[in-house]
Design a protein around this ligand. Sequence first.
Ligand code: ZN
Length: 591
Amino acid sequence: MKLGVAVAAAALLAACTSTPLPPWTTTGAAPADQPAPTGQRTVPAPLGTERGAPVQTAPVTDSPVRPGQMDDAQTSAADLPYSPAVAARFPAPEVRYDTPGLEPGRRAFTTNAELSDWLHDLSASVRAPTQAQVLNIGSSQRGVPLQAMVITQASGTSADALDASKRPTILLIGQQHGDEPAGSEALLVVARELSQGLLEPLLRRINVVIVARANPDGADAQRRVTDGGVDMNRDHLLLNTPEAQALAKLVNLYRPVAVIDAHEYTVVGRYLQKFNAIQRYDALLQHATTANEPEFVTKAATQWYLEPMNKALAAQRLTSEWYYTTSTDLSDHSLSMGGAQPDTGRNVNGLKNAVSLLIETRGVGIGRTDLQRRVHAQVTAIGSALRSTSERATELAQVRSFVTREIASQACKGSIVIEAAQTPERRDITMLDPDTGADRVQNVSWNSSLHLRTLKTRARPCGYWLSAHSNDAVDRLRMLGVQVMRVAESGNVLADTYSENGRETMNRPDVRGVAADKAPIVRVRVTPTRSSIDIPEGSYYVPLNQSLSNLAIAALEPDTQNSYFANHIIQDLGDVARIMTIPSLVFEDSD
Ligand SMILES: [Zn+2]
């Protein structure tokens, strides 16, 4: 066993916060409902232009469908989930998309086998300098390969090659929820346009990794959750599912500066029951909103991504709004933005210091209705995110550098937010009358995630100690990219241990109601108690002088609903402690 002395571990990164932030060139008008321009016909430019290098824009194929016509996926009025008057509000786009699942007459979306063939065919067809490769990044619970396509003009498709290119990498994820197909179909279009089409010139400045379908079992069964019944988009900190594990390893390997998560939202269902209304917005958007999210990453998400994304959608006469949902409790008439918990891909990738965006189109519960338009909204929004990454490549690198050093430098200093909550507000939201299809403005109770209320803070430790039998927690932290060190020689440090004041067992709540989980969680109440503790050989140390320290905090403070303790990954409160001074310990030379 090689030993390396890592005394004063906090000095590794703490001293160098001199990287300047880029100038912010636009002011921060928040993305909001941007009514589509009326009375004017826009030429479709869904795939856009790259600043400084014009990209020819044209429809992907000539469309026989004219605005105002119904999508041909809708075969008859009897198939519509709402009145023809509502359907008339959503004319098919002028662009026509032609993935396997979008072929005329199809009843099924692109199958898992067709999706894999599509990606492999594309990667075989690219021409230099573009390179593409389909990576097997894991298997679903039913043994379907989980696949990521790397598309780049770097010297190769490995993470090292992309890193050496000095171009930012953006990760695009589709269909974590199996009953939300438009994102997956749109990513097949985007993969093709990057490989050999209208988006390929963007590869001069960016690298792209696409996971077109993150939950193939759910897609096959046309249901939200994975085969084991777990909602994988509440599993990105816990990593109980192989699907979430595969994404975590991919992010850790390729370190994307931006992550786009494509979903669809409920259009009729509980909104009709609660509001007697149909949902209107073509796209609902939200950046990461969770405790300890770096301020400048949020600023980049808002100004460099969401503002142009809203404009790109409006230019296509597509409406957009902040993302919201409503609980499954029919007596609760409030709308909630995506939550503050560090459990979703949106929030966990935000804590990995990526610009992390949710794009939701109107799709759950309406089958193939308006499918071309839903895919068009996804392609438009994702295309905008690709252009933003290209245009802001230099500034994004500066923000990443600044933020990672800034976070690491905060170890042992100040305080951390343990729990934060949404702020109740009121907001006007436009829905549609179910009979006439007319706009109907609803003034609703609105739980905002844009200004989080701090519920609980604690002094920021220098790191966390984990007992020698915390291997399960250590494995998951390492999958997330968190650095964990193994103690090679026993020692003694000043620490806060947790004294328990009580506990209860409950289902893990989220803004929709409760998360689909394997088991109920343990909510514990604790008091940190300062003392000198023995650190045995073979136990672990998680230093907070690292760029992912906020992720470690989310996992290891035990008294939160997403903690490893609450979710049975750490079994005993005595297995974890807060280390309050820089420890003089000897660590194994690994990790
Ligand atoms: Zn979803």
